[in-house]
Design a binder for this molecule. Structure first.
Ligand code: FES
Ligand code: FES
Length: 167
């Protein structure tokens, strides 16, 4: 079986993987990164979104062998110790989730869209999150959260959490 090396949330891992193994299964089943959910397995919902070498990717649409040598960030890698990333805090404060199934992917996609546009309009936020589906919220609070997260990330410049402590 192919042997791959991936860095996930700052930790380097080596693994022997079947060529057909999906990245999301490597993350969840082999590396214990269950914060990345599987919502559809057909590349539609976006709940499995992670950062792959700095770009968002739906990890159910990537083979683990394709991620060999890559740096992967999951939602579990965003917090700084017990301090949430500003976008995580914004989702919490704006009540931007109900079941929470879509939330990890939404947060990863939101952070990614702010790289291109740090001060997006509501329309740009909706466009940027079009690959991520939520069946619960109706999206209004999600858009508000991304706006709030953008503002907080702009204030901290680096996007790192400075003030807010995980409850
Ligand atoms: S589980 Fe990957 S897009 Fe739905
Ligand atoms: S909060 Fe349930 S799918 Fe988005």
């Amino acid at each position: 079986m192919p042997r791959i090396t991936v860095t996930v949330d700052g930790i380097r891992h080596e693994a022997e993987v079947e060529p057909r193994l999906l990245l999301v299964h490597l993350l969840r089943d082999r590396l214990g990164k269950t914060g990345t959910p599987i919502g559809c397995d057909t590349s539609n919902c976006g709940s499995c979104t992670v950062m792959l070498d700095g770009l968002t990717a739906k990890s159910c649409s990537v083979l683990a062998v394709q991620a060999d040598g890559c740096d992967i960030v999951t939602v579990e890698g965003l917090a700084d110790g017990n301090r949430w990333h500003p976008m995580q805090t914004a989702f919490h404060e704006e009540h931007a989730l109900q079941c929470g199934y879509c939330t990890p992917g939404m947060i990863m996609a939101a952070i990614d869209l702010l790289k291109e546009n740090p001060d997006p309009s509501d329309e740009a936020i909706r466009d940027g999150l079009e690959g991520n589906l939520c069946r619960c919220t109706g999206y209004c609070n999600i858009v508000r959260a991304v706006r709030r997260g953008a503002q907080a990330m702009g204030e901290t410049k680096t996007g790192e959490a400075k003030e807010v402590t995980t409850p």
